[in-house]
Each structure stands twice: as structure tokens, then as C-alpha cells.
Design a binder for this molecule. Structure first.
Ligand SMILES: [Zn+2]
Length: 332
């Protein structure tokens, strides 16, 4: 069995938090190409990922969310696709600084619609994901995570590309949105967790995951994890947002503190999640708080949620709230 799959069979692993907001805090302009920093400002990307390792992340997601050719060409970076992705994987590995850890090579949506609904040919998307997956694997990624997916056609292409590139583990991560009038979730394209789970199994993903999505906080993530596990036998990964979005001055903000987010951890663990990370609004402070809760859980052999993983959690620090949703997740 692959190391990552073996590890999550034995204990619950901790992922990392948001990258886009951290890049902006490090000086990336709104609308700028954060993935190009893998080559132009590698020390800044490394500093962010080192902060996540210091917070206790077992898995780092590469800074390549928008690094498919389709996305990079919008920034005039089409001639650096392979180098940006390869460097992304190498930087994440370097951030572990010799410690044990897993590098998850990130493939985000290409940010459009395929023919016949949109203007981008299926073959263009296939070639773009193939190229990206190959560079991530060549850079040493332990797994490929296909993230923030809402359409099954695109998910299928990306999973196939990762498999073809020789990724040892393929994670398919879906962005569900909470529906307005009922306590249920669907992707933007109308896909339910059950349909997604069956699709991931049928297309050879190793891990069924969820990330981001409107209204997907810790409790909603726990609900989706339960629905995945009721439908399929794959291990499940969850990267919820830091609470519910708040609109202020035309910006979507996630204000949940690390302590508030960690309060949802026992329910998520009880639902059977095997990798926990954070999406929008999560910071190294949030990840550090989740680390404390996870350590208690793993020490007890994955039991005792009633006793409260929170008893292991340190008191809150101010100033870790209020981070902005990563631009790239708007598909900009
Ligand atoms: Zn997000």
C-alpha cells in the first residue's frame, strides 16, 4: 500500500490551510498570479508552507491551484507551466525540511466551461491537466489532489490525467454549496455527495474529499463526510472553510477564529474523516488549533469524542480571524 494510504489507515492526518490569503498578505496583488511566485519569489511561498509545517501539518498542498496551462495563459505564463508546477512540488517538500510529510500536488479547476456549453475544447482541458499532473509528479508529489471541483466531466479528466501521470494517490475534492431553502448541499452543477462519491469510486480515485463551497463549515463538512461514507468505502478528506461567509465592503470574509473552528473538530472526527485541513479563512493559527485536537484523538486511538478533543485545545489567541477568500477560487 502507498505510504499516504497506509498512514491514513493508521491515524488521522492534518492538512494545511488557505494559501491565497497568505500570498496576499505576503504582497501578492489582487488578480496577480500567485503560482508564478513558485519561480519568482520561492522564499515567500516557502515561508507560508513552513508556517503550516510549524503549525503541525502532515500534508502540504502545492501552490499550483491555478497552474494549469489554461489558467496560466491568462497571466501570460504559458511558457512556464511545467516549471511552475514542478517547483510547487519541490517547495512543499523543502518546507518539511527533512521531516516526514506528504506533498499533495494541487490541480484546481481550469476556470471555464467546456464545449458545447463553453468555448474551451475538451482536448485542451485534457492536455492541460495531463501536463500539470506530469510536472507535479516529476517534482515529487506523493499524491495529486483535484480540488474545488463542481462538474463531473472536469473531475473525470483530471483524475485520468493524474493516473496517467503515475500519481501514487489521487484525491478527488468536491466543492458543495449549501442550498438556500433546505439543509442540503449540491455543487454548482447540481451534484450531490452521493453521486460524487459513486463517481469517484467508478473513476478510480483513492480518496473522496470535499473543500470550500458556500456554507461548508465544520458541521456541514461532517454531514458530507457521513454521506460519503454511507455511499462508498473510500477514505475521506475534508477542508471546510473557517465558518460562514460574511460580505463586507464587497469582500467575502471568513471570520471564524481558530478556537471556533476547532470546536467543530470532534464531530468531524466522529464522522470518520481521515485527513482534516482548512479552506477559505483558515490560517496557520487555525491549523495549530486543529493539531492539538487531533493529537488527543489519535492518542486515544480514534475514540473519545465525547470526552472532547477540545480538552486538548489551547486557549484562543486574538488576531487570527478575518482573512479573505482566495481570489483564485472565484475562478478569476
Ligand atoms: Zn476555499
Amino acid at each position: 500500500m502507498n505510504d499516504l494510504l497506509k498512514a491514513i489507515a493508521e491515524r488521522v492526518l492534518l492538512g494545511d490551510g488557505a494559501m491565497g490569503t497568505q500570498l496576499q498578505q505576503a504582497g501578492l496583488e489582487s488578480g496577480g498570479c500567485g503560482e508564478a511566485w513558485n519561480l519568482d519569489h520561492p522564499e515567500r511561498v516557502l515561508a507560508i508552507q513552513r508556517a503550516y509545517v510549524a503549525a503541525g501539518s502532515d500534508c502540504l498542498i502545492t501552490n499550483t491551484f491555478g497552474a494549469s496551462r489554461v489558467m496560466l495563459e491568462r497571466h501570460g505564463e504559458g511558457d512556464r507551466v511545467a516549471a511552475i508546477n514542478r517547483a510547487g512540488a519541490e517547495l512543499a517538500r523543502a518546507a518539511f525540511d527533512g521531516r516526514a510529510g506528504f506533498v499533495l500536488g494541487d490541480i484546481g479547476p481550469f476556470g471555464g466551461l467546456m464545449e458545447p456549453y463553453g468555448e474551451i475544447a475538451r482536448a485542451t482541458v485534457e492536455a492541460a491537466f495531463r501536463e500539470q499532473a506530469q510536472a507535479l509528479v516529476a517534482g515529487g508529489a506523493d499524491a495529486v489532489i483535484v480540488e474545488t471541483q463542481t462538474a463531473l466531466e472536469e473531475l473525470e479528466i483530471a483524475i485520468a490525467a493524474a493516473r496517467e501521470a503515475g500519481a501514487k494517490v489521487v484525491i478527488g475534492s468536491i466543492a458543495f454549496d449549501k442550498m438556500l431553502d433546505e439543509d442540503d448541499v449540491r455543487t454548482m452543477m447540481g451534484i450531490s455527495p452521493e453521486v460524487a462519491a459513486e463517481f469517484l469510486v467508478a473513476h478510480g480515485a483513492d480518496v473522496a474529499a470535499l473543500n470550500c463551497g458556500t456554507g461548508v463549515d465544520m458541521p456541514m463538512a461532517a454531514t458530507i463526510v457521513r454521506r460519503y461514507r454511507a455511499t462508498c468505502g473510500l477514505p475521506v478528506m475534508a477542508q471546510p472553510n473557517a465558518g460562514q461567509p460574511v460580505l463586507e465592503n464587497l469582500q467575502v470574509l471568513y471570520k471564524q477564529s481558530a478556537e471556533q473552528m476547532a470546536a467543530g473538530l470532534p464531530e468531524l472526527l466522529a464522522a470518520g474523516v481521515r485527513i482534516v485541513g482548512g479552506c477559505c479563512g483558515s490560517t496557520p493559527a487555525h491549523i495549530a488549533r486543529l493539531r492539538a485536537g487531533l493529537d488527543g484523538w489519535n492518542r486515544r486511538g480514534g475514540a473519545g469524542a465525547e470526552e472532547g478533543a477540545l480538552s486538548d485545545v489551547a486557549p484562543a489567541e486574538p488576531g487570527d480571524a478575518l482573512t479573505r477568500r482566495r481570489d483564485s477560487e472565484w475562478g478569476a
